[in-house]
Design a protein around this ligand. Structure first.
Ligand code: OKP
Ligand code: ZN
Length: 342
């Protein structure tokens, strides 16, 4: 399997994030990608390729142009308005407040375009996230040209980012950009399977009222787990997209067999949908040793996951999402991809 590697990932390098009102060492760190790249090379998974720049237009098919402009210039504005170091939002337009009028204040716009205070916006966040989207588009090209599967090695992750907001460590929704580009290339039905520990609220929201992209996710129950405010089983799609969204929230102490039972249910829905492409939001924070998550998958389960996804039988684009047990992340990712290869 070929890997498209976003070497620009390291430009997004936060040392700290907000957690319970304190700055704690960041979990989403450049070393994550370094460990994965090392494991991919050591395993001899396949060629490692550089992204081809497709420009901003495919990103604007998913994200609001004004949001992309904001993110591209946000850290410069943060510094210009007296901010130091990484930017963190502090005020949000919750219920009863207006989000349809863009404030002039930078602090207010930072809140308008974000969902949490746990996502440091650094000097290089835009460059890293932009390059990650380009890596995803490059990998899609390879799959459309006939590759059975391609892996996108990138960070920051993407599945929490919505059409016009960042959060949950995410800025550009790589899976959504790739799925939309596949549609724009002529594919009729695209499935996104999200196996990250966290529900991909951004991806779900972007395609919620559409029948051409099916979103299915197996994740920690949002009643106790991030992103808290989306990811319940009764979210099944709206309008033309009714029936094209499927959530499988699981309790934090779920047995591995029950995780696979949920995966089976998700895949049954996707089989019935008959997609021409499967995009996998591949988070390995379902690992038992993950510092911010609670499931108990390990290397044999990751390998089994990969085998099962191969049996699904669709051209498959793997896109890296979470996984925070830094030293184990490479082994776990390679287990999925190696299991897929057989
Ligand atoms: C991103 B992805 C822990 C706070 C957790 C958000 C988690 C985002 C996970 N100190 N904050 O889905 O892996
Ligand atoms: Zn996650």
């Amino acid at each position: 399997m070929q890997t498209v590697y976003n070497a620009g990932h390291a430009q997004h390098a936060a040392t700290h994030e907000f957690f319970r009102g304190r700055l704690v060492p960041a979990f989403e760190v450049p070393a994550r990608a370094d460990y994965i790249l090392g494991a991919v090379q050591k395993a001899g998974l396949g060629e490692v390729l550089v992204p081809v720049d497709h420009g901003r237009a495919p990103l604007e098919r998913v994200h609001a142009a004004r949001y992309l402009r904001f993110i591209a210039g946000a850290h410069t504005e943060w510094l210009a308005t007296g901010g130091e170091g990484d930017a963190f939002p502090a005020v949000w337009p919750v219920r009863t407040l207006r989000s349809d009028v863009e404030p002039a204040s930078f602090a207010a716009r930072l809140g308008l375009y974000s969902m949490d205070s746990g996502t440091p916006l650094t000097a290089g966040s835009w460059a890293a996230a932009y390059a990650g989207a380009q890596a995803s588009l490059t990998a899609l090209d390879l799959v459309l040209a006939g590759q059975r599967s391609v892996y996108v090695l990138t960070r920051p992750p993407g599945h929490h980012a919505g059409a016009d907001f960042f959060g949950g460590y995410c800025f550009i929704n790589n899976a959504a950009v790739a799925a939309q580009a596949a549609r724009d290339a002529g594919l009729k039905r695209v499935a996104i399977l999200d196996v990250d520990y966290h529900h991909g609220n951004g991806t779900q929201a972007i395609f919620y009222d559409r029948a051409d992209v099916f979103y299915a996710s197996v994740h920690g129950d949002p009643r106790t787990e991030f992103p808290f405010f989306l990811g319940h089983a009764d979210e099944t799609g709206a309008g033309e997209g009714a029936g094209c969204n499927a959530n499988f929230p699981l309790p934090v102490d779920v047995a591995n067999e029950d995780w696979f039972a949920a995966l089976e249910q998700a895949l049954a829905r996707l089989t019935a949908y008959r997609p021409e492409l499967l995009v996998v939001s591949l988070g390995v924070d379902t690992y038992g040793g993950d510092p911010i998550s609670h499931f108990k998958l390990d290397e044999p389960e990751f390998r089994r996951m990969g085998r099962r996804l191969a049996a699904f039988g669709a051209p498959t684009l793997f896109i890296q999402e979470g996984g925070y047990a830094t030293e184990a992340i490479g082994r776990n990712v390679v287990a999925v991809l190696g299991g897929f290869e057989g």
